[in-house]
Design a binder for this molecule. Structure first.
Ligand SMILES: Nc1ncnc2c1ncn2[C@@H]1O[C@H](COP(=O)(O)OP(=O)(O)OP(=O)(O)O)[C@@H](O)[C@H]1O
Ligand SMILES: [Mg+2]
Length: 139
């Protein structure tokens, strides 16, 4: 069961369910409440599906590990040939320039996004939570 959660085989057709399943399991296993709206209709390459799953799970993990919040919201959909990802928590926020260069999570999120020619935007304010939005072209 845990194996399924940690290393599911992701592709364009099961990404939507994999993200929902990930959120459902984490809601069972943690104190966080997950609100999600994930709708992926349209073709996603294997590579885009796999990479975006890693981006999404790392961003969610960061919210759980660091935010000290209670709710994580996850929105994923395709709008005009872009995969749009929005992950928001209601925690304490942080300042991006204080993040250590050695932090692997953000570095990998940034690298994967730019490899896929996407855009990453982080909005975070003290005690106002963190909003991570990512837009990646699907073709
Ligand atoms: N949602 C969030 N709320 C508050 N702080 C955050 C959030 N996301 C990231 N941070 C801050 O940014 C830092 C960098 O995150 P990053 O994912 O790069 O490293 P990490 O999670 O500490 O370690 P790892 O390399 O295992 O991911 C975190 O240590 C934390 O201080
Ligand atoms: Mg991290």
């Amino acid at each position: 069961m845990l194996d399924n959660l940690l290393v599911p085989k992701i592709n364009g057709s099961n990404l939507e369910n994999a993200i929902k399943h990930y959120c459902d399991r984490l809601q069972e296993l943690s104190v966080f409440r997950f609100l999600y709206n994930v709708e992926i209709t349209g073709f996603l390459s294997q590579q885009l599906a796999e990479e975006s799953y890693k981006i999404i799970t790392e961003t969610i993990t960061n919210g759980m590990k660091h935010s000290k919040g209670t709710v994580i919201e996850v929105y994923v959909d395709i709008v005009e040939n872009n995969l749009q990802i929005l992950i928001e928590d209601n925690g304490m926020g942080f300042s991006e320039n204080k993040v250590s260069k050695k932090s692997l999570g953000f570095t990998s999120i940034k690298n994967r996004t730019s490899f896929l020619q996407g855009e990453l935007n982080i909005e975070s304010r003290k005690y106002k939570g963190t909003k991570v939005s990512i837009k990646i072209p699907t073709s």
